[in-house]
Ligand binder design. Structure first.
Ligand code: X8Z
Ligand code: ZN
Length: 599
């Protein structure tokens, strides 16, 4: 009797084993078929999007029609009811599959939720709305007194001009694009929410957040904590900037809130050009170079760490420089990197000119490109060719941008005399005006606004007041004059239209990048994090490859533990800037603080 039971249960478990082997094989076949079809449709979509973003011809709808068609085909496939059913059935037997199979099925389901064919009309309407919004955004002709000007030119004026009237006109001109995007944004708010709700997500914000394995409450809390942690330093920088800019513009009064047109950036997200470090004036150095040099220098840095040369197709197919004025068409004016076929076709879209901002951005975009190249390997299935999370993807190039601006690095390139004396506190101040100032903007304004927009269904007649309420609370910035609901200033930020509900990626990426930088400086280079030279260090390259090459095959928290033995945290960033506090407190000694001391 007992024997019989043993044999029967053995038989059953053998059968079970056979079944699960069969299941794993079936799943593998499904994944392979899916992958092939997906790659093909994804590539077609990327090719069409590429044309739509690099050749915007007024009145010509051929690009937008092609883009809509390609995106609909991709959506029909990724959101197909049949695929969704199959994936869900497979996932019910998770425990019989390999972790990699589960991850791939989950990636499919995540994409399906973005355009479920249970609601085909909604998906189609959304694709149409997104294509139209992108066209309007990047086809926009910025003008001052009737004269067209590029966003590079707007940015230059806001960095350099001291005449407040000229600044005001320029800032106002930069916000005009928001007006024509308001209607589209209202439509997209509804359509983005409705499409993901069809597969059970609460709203589009929580859909995007879920990719981190987090919910909206946790993500908001994490971002608010980040703001709180940098707040004491931000408050010092805010006070410093009010007084220094009042001096610079000859204003007798020091305003309580920073007027938006006083700041050297359209959104007040980076104030670093306020400070020039004597002896370390990168802008002056770059003025003697051309845009091609900036691109090649970016590649040289990655090469020096042991990364491969960029493929010839990168140089042939990318769109790296501003269009000539008489081009007769426009292109997307914001920087991006593209993994067109999730294989070897990598490109970047930029408008590089030789200045500090583009020098940094070139390193940022090449970070994406080298991430693509690193995880395009046989160990990483095509569906998992993505960052460990989206913030990792943003962190790598920004890390390289930071490293490429430190004095020992620049001196090593012979761009400076090696023995030049520079003021280290001024360098740190300049960096804080970039990295610290960015946090209340990204983790605060952008994240809170998009949360209100999608999770809280912000009513269309409150977009602008909400935007400025967040600008005031988080950044201590006010508009030059009241801006009613005829404006939609949030929509002057490109991500609001074409990278929706993801801006916290950048906030988190800054925390991460200081963690990576601190690890590299202390544990690999044995250098002061404030004065490093990564150039030529294959060990640094090796460390980065460990982070990059697994792509999305690993849990990001585990990967972080294994590479730097830490959880994600702002501590490294805070430590880095700690020496600045005393300096700023002294500078601000007799000045009135207008931000609350606790956020
Ligand atoms: O949008 C970007 C990148 C896109 S790949 C250039 N960044 C954010 C921005 O410009 O607002 C980089 C840092 C912040
Ligand atoms: Zn990026």
């Amino acid at each position: 009797m007992a024997r019989l039971i043993v044999i029967t249960s053995l038989l059953i478990s053998l059968m079970g084993c056979q079944q699960s082997k069969e299941l794993a094989e079936n799943v593998q076949i499904f994944i392979e078929h899916y992958t092939q079809e997906f790659q093909n449709l994804y590539y077609q979509s990327a090719i069409a999007e590429w044309a739509s973003n690099t050749q915007i011809i007024e009145g010509d709808s051929s690009n937008s029609i092609a883009t809509r068609t390609a995106n609909e085909a991709l959506a029909n496939f990724t959101g197909s009811v049949e695929n969704i059913e199959k994936i869900k059935t497979f996932l019910q037997k998770k425990e019989q599959l390999t972790p990699l199979q589960v991850k791939q099925l989950e990636a499919m389901l995540y994409m399906a939720a973005n355009n479920p064919q249970t609601v085909p009309d909604l998906v189609r309407a959304r694709i149409k709305a997104e294509t139209e919004q992108t066209e309007k955004l990047y086809g926009f002709d910025f003008k001052i007194s009737g004269n067209s000007l590029s966003t590079n030119e707007i940015d230059r004026i806001l960095r350099e001009e001291t005449d407040l009237n000229v600044r005001l006109k320029t800032w106002e001109a930069s916000k005009e694009v928001g007006k024509i995007l308001q209607e589209g944004l209202v439509n997209l708010q509804k359509l983005r929410n409705q499409t993901v709700q069809a597969l059970g997500y609460a709203d589009y914000f929580s859909y995007q957040v879920s990719e981190y394995g987090m919910n909206t409450v946790d993500m908001l809390e994490l971002n608010r904590k980040l703001v709180q942690e940098v707040w004491p330093l931000y408050r010092e920088l805010h006070t410093y900037a009010r007084y220094e800019l009042a001096k610079k513009y000859g204003s007798k009064e020091v305003p309580d809130l920073l007027p938006a047109h006083w700041l050297p950036n359209r959104w007040g997200q980076d104030w670093s050009s306020m400070v020039t470090v004597e002896g370390l004036d990168l802008d002056a150095i770059l003025k003697q170079k051309d845009a091609e040099w900036v691109m090649q220098q970016g590649e040289r840095f990655y090469l020096s760490l042991g990364f491969p040369a960029l493929p010839a197709s990168f140089w042939e197919k990318s769109s790296l420089y501003p269009l000539p004025e008489n081009a007769g068409y426009k292109k997307n004016n914001h920087a991006s990197a593209w993994h067109m076929d999730l294989d070897k076709d990598v490109r970047s879209l930029m408008s590089v000119i030789p200045n500090t901002e583009w020098y940094e951005t070139v390193h940022h975009e090449l970070g994406h490109v080298y991430y693509y190249i690193s995880y395009t390997n046989p160990e990483v299935p095509l569906l998992l060719r993505e960052g460990a999370n989206r913030a990792f993807h943003e962190a790598i190039g920004s890390l390289m941008g930071l490293a490429a601006m430190q004095k020992p690095f620049i001196a090593h390139l012979n761009l400076l005399p090696a023995d030049i004396q520079t003021d280290e506190i001024q360098s740190l101040l300049k960096e804080a005006l970039n990295y610290i100032v960015f946090i209340p903007w990204s983790a605060g304004v952008m994240t809170e606004f998009e949360n209100a927009l999608y999770s809280e269904n912000l009513p269309a007649d409150q977009f602008n007041q909400k935007w400025w309420a967040f600008k005031k609370t988080y950044q201590g910035i006010e508009p030059p004059s009241p801006r009613g609901e005829e404006y939609c200033d949030a929509a002057s930020k490109t991500h609001i239209s074409d990278d929706a509900a993801q801006y916290y990626d950048y906030a988190l990426s800054y925390a991460l990048l200081f963690q990576f930088h601190s690890y590299i400086s202390k544990n690999i280079l044995n250098q002061d994090p404030h004065a490093t030279n990564y150039y030529g260090s294959e060990e640094v390259g090796q460390f980065l490859k460990e982070i990059l090459s697994p792509g999305g095959t690993r849990d990001w928290r585990k990967l972080l533990q294994e590479t730097i033995n830490q959880d994600m945290s702002a501590q490294a960033m805070l430590d880095y800037f700690q020496p600045l506090m005393d300096y700023l407190k002294k500078e601000n000694q007799d000045r009135k603080y207008t931000l609350p001391d606790i956020m």
